[in-house]
Design a protein around this ligand. Structure first.
Ligand SMILES: [Zn+2]
Length: 208
């Protein structure tokens, strides 16, 4: 079989009332799935419904730490707490534990690899946390870097409406180019790649 053109859209720093909901609307309209890397302390009774909705749509819910801090400066106990707290909360809501982890600020070291039993993910961002990077520019950067196995890194943080606008254009354009959207688990499964530990993935077959 020819190599499939798979792409995984991933969102960090949610769940956020407003933004996450709008991202889910766009995914639904386009009938695609994505992955959400959640900050544990933002998982509340108020945001639990957004997580349930994303999960029921076929999106995967993954771990982005509890407090979104620089984790290389933490003790081993603190590292473990950051991860297990967030994974426990997600499992209680979705019935499924995270399998992937994106380190806050992509700050990681061997101590974290040793203590965190999840696959480390990075991917390609477009500086969508910068207000000055317009929706149009975000679209341009994401489309420019597109290739099979591509992991797109964006943020469904509070009030990040420019990313909602960008995603509205990114999804149909990549679909037209023949890309299939999968969640981060599907990206590895459908590529036939078993995720390794002690590496961080930029794409399905690309490590940093
Ligand atoms: Zn983040």
């Amino acid at each position: 079989m020819d190599k499939q053109k798979l792409v995984a859209l991933t969102f960090d720093d949610g769940p956020s009332i407003g933004t996450t909901e709008q991202i889910l609307d766009v995914l639904e309209e386009n009938q695609v799935v994505a992955s959400f890397f959640l900050i544990g302390q933002q998982i509340t009774d108020e945001t639990a419904d957004l997580i349930r909705r994303a999960h029921s749509m076929g999106c995967s819910i993954e771990n982005h730490s509890r407090t979104h801090s620089y984790m290389t400066q933490m003790s081993e106990e603190e590292i473990v707490e950051e991860i297990t707290d967030t994974s426990d909360k997600i499992r209680k809501i979705t019935g499924e534990a995270p399998q992937f982890f994106r380190p806050p600020y992509i700050d990681y070291d061997q101590k974290m690899y040793d203590r965190i039993d999840l696959t480390f993910i990075c991917g390609y961002g477009c500086e969508d946390w910068e207000e000055s990077v317009t929706a149009k520019e975000r679209v341009r950067r994401v489309l420019e870097a597109a290739k099979p196995g591509y992991i797109i890194l964006m943020h469904d943080s509070a009030n990040n409406i420019q990313t909602v606008e960008a995603v509205k254009e990114i999804i149909p354009t990549l679909k037209k180019q023949g890309f299939t959207f999968v969640n981060i688990r599907g990206l590895f499964e459908k590529s036939g790649i078993h995720p390794q530990h002690n590496v961080i993935y930029m794409g399905a077959d690309e490590v940093q």
